[in-house]
Design a protein around this ligand. Structure first.
Ligand SMILES: Nc1ncnc2c1ncn2[C@@H]1O[C@H](COP(=O)(O)OP(=O)(O)O)[C@@H](O)[C@H]1O
Ligand SMILES: [Mg+2]
Length: 229
C-alpha cells in the first residue's frame, strides 16, 4: 500500500543543512501495523508528515496504492487526507471548546456531511472505545487516556485506509499507554487498516507487526515483531 523510495528530506537553516531523512526506502503492505522507532531527532515525525502529505520530500518518491502523493492534484490531495487518512498525535489535538462528540465529528462536518448522519456513528465509536456517557464532556473534563480515545474515534470516523500515529502514548503513563495501544491495535486490525506508528518507546513499538529503526534519518533496522509464545 505504501512505497517509499529513496526519500530524503533536507531542512536548510541559513548555512546549516539538516538531513532529516537520508535515502529511506520502505514498503508497507496493506493491513500491516508498522512501528517506526528511533531516538529524538532521528526523522520519525518527518517521515510521518511526508506520508500524510503534510510536507514534500527533497528527493525520492512516496506512493500510496501505486500513485505518487506529491503529484496528487489539490482536490485529490484534500480528498486523500479527508477520506483515506487518519492522524493521531502525542498531544491529542482536540479543540478545547468542543465536546468529545463534536471533536469526533468536526472533520467530517467540515467535509460537508450532516450532523444527523455523523452523530450516531460517532457515538457508537465512543461507546466501543469505552467512553459511554462522555459524549458531552470537554477535553479538560477527560483524562489523557480518554482524550486519546476521542482522538482515535475522530481519526477512524471517516473509515480511513491508513492510520498515522505520532507518539500516541508519549503523553500517557505506561498503564494508560498500554491500554491505548491495545485499543489502536484492536480497532485497526478489525478494520484491516494499515498503520504507521512512530515512537521512541521500545515497549510501545512491540504492539506492531514490524519495527523499522531510524537513526540520523536512515533505516538501520527492519525486523518482524516476534509473537510471544
Ligand atoms: N521544520 C524543520 N526545520 C528545520 N529542521 C527540522 C524541521 N523539522 C525537523 N527538523 C530536524 O530534522 C531532524 C528530524 O526531526 P524529526 O523528524 O522531528 O525527528 P523525531 O520525530 O524522530 O524526533 C531533527 O534534527 C530536527 O531538528
Ligand atoms: Mg517527532
Amino acid at each position: 500500500m505504501i512505497q517509499v523510495a529513496n526519500v530524503s528530506k533536507v531542512y536548510r537553516r541559513g548555512k546549516n543543512e539538516v538531513r532529516a531523512l537520508d535515502d529511506v526506502t520502505l514498503t508497507v503492505p496493506r493491513g500491516q501495523f508498522l512501528s517506526v522507532m528511533g531516538s529524538s531527532g532521528s526523522g520519525k515525525s518527518t517521515l510521518l508528515n511526508l506520508l500524510g502529505a503534510l510536507d514534500v520530500p527533497t528527493s525520492g518518491t512516496l506512493k500510496i496504492d501505486g500513485r505518487e502523493i506529491s503529484r496528487f492534484p489539490d482536490d485529490e490531495l484534500s480528498r486523500f487526507r479527508r477520506d483515506r487518512l487518519g492522524f493521531i498525535f502525542q498531544f491529542f489535538n482536540l479543540l478545547p471548546t468542543l465536546t468529545a462528540i463534536e471533536n469526533v465529528i468536526l472533520p467530517e462536518l467540515l467535509a460537508g456531511k450532516s450532523r444527523d448522519e455523523l452523530e450516531p456513528k460517532a457515538r457508537a465509536l465512543l461507546e466501543q472505545f469505552g467512553l459511554t456517557g462522555r459524549d458531552t464532556h470537554r477535553p479538560d473534563e477527560l483524562s489523557g487516556g480518554q482524550m486519546q480515545r476521542v482522538a482515535i474515534a475522530r481519526a477512524l470516523l471517516s473509515e480511513p485506509a491508513l492510520l498515522l500515529a505520532d507518539e500516541p502514548t508519549g503523553n500517557l503513563d505506561s498503564k494508560t499507554g498500554g491500554e491505548v495501544l491495545r485499543l489502536i491495535r484492536e480497532a485497526t486490525r478489525a478494520r484491516n487498516l494499515t498503520v504507521v506508528m512512530v515512537t521512541h518507546d521500545a515497549h510501545a513499538a512491540e504492539v506492531g507487526d514490524r519495527i523499522v529503526r531510524l537513526a540520523d534519518g536512515r533505516v538501520v533496522g527492519d525486523d518482524p515483531v516476534r509473537v510471544a509464545a
